[in-house]
Design a protein around this ligand. Structure first.
Ligand SMILES: [Zn+2]
Length: 144
């Protein structure tokens, strides 16, 4: 698994944001599959980041989130995307693809729901509507 697969979605998107806003102050290749660099944090502090693509768990950053833990933080992702912009492009394409699939699934779901409603008799519809209204009221009581 790579850095992106190990990172949380939140870290990847925040890292993408850092990459797009040029938060990586400096970087260089430090091995066959490794980079090191300095990433500027949101509080004005700079973090020393080391990433290893082949061994993502060996990546380190001295930010509060990643320091001493084997996790992938947004600074590592920012460094990765800065060093390999094509990886950022691939990730964005993939995310678009996921979004399209998600939309397709939602659309299909509502089409099925509509088919189901149309297949019901009047008595069934009345019962469903009554149950739905009761449930709606119960929800309102719970949240308001
Ligand atoms: Zn970090």
């Amino acid at each position: 698994m790579g850095l992106i697969e190990i990172a949380s979605g939140n870290s990847v998107w925040r890292g993408m944001d850092y990459y797009e806003n040029h938060k990586v102050v400096s970087w260089n290749k430090s091995g066959d599959s490794a980079y090191e660099g300095v990433v500027s944090g949101s509080n004005g502090e700079n973090y020393n980041v080391h990433i290893d693509k082949l061994h993502p768990r060996k990546s380190v950053c001295n930010c509060a989130f990643a320091d001493g833990r084997r996790v992938v933080c947004k600074h590592m992702i920012a460094l990765y995307f800065t060093a390999e912009p094509e990886a950022a492009q691939i990730f964005l394409k993939q995310a678009e693809e996921w979004e399209r699939e998600e939309e397709e699934t939602t659309k299909r779901h509502y089409e099925d729901l509509q088919k189901y409603v149309k297949s019901l008799s009047k008595a069934e519809l009345q019962e469903c509507l009554y149950n739905a209204l009761v449930e709606l009221e119960e929800c309102r009581k719970r949240y308001w």
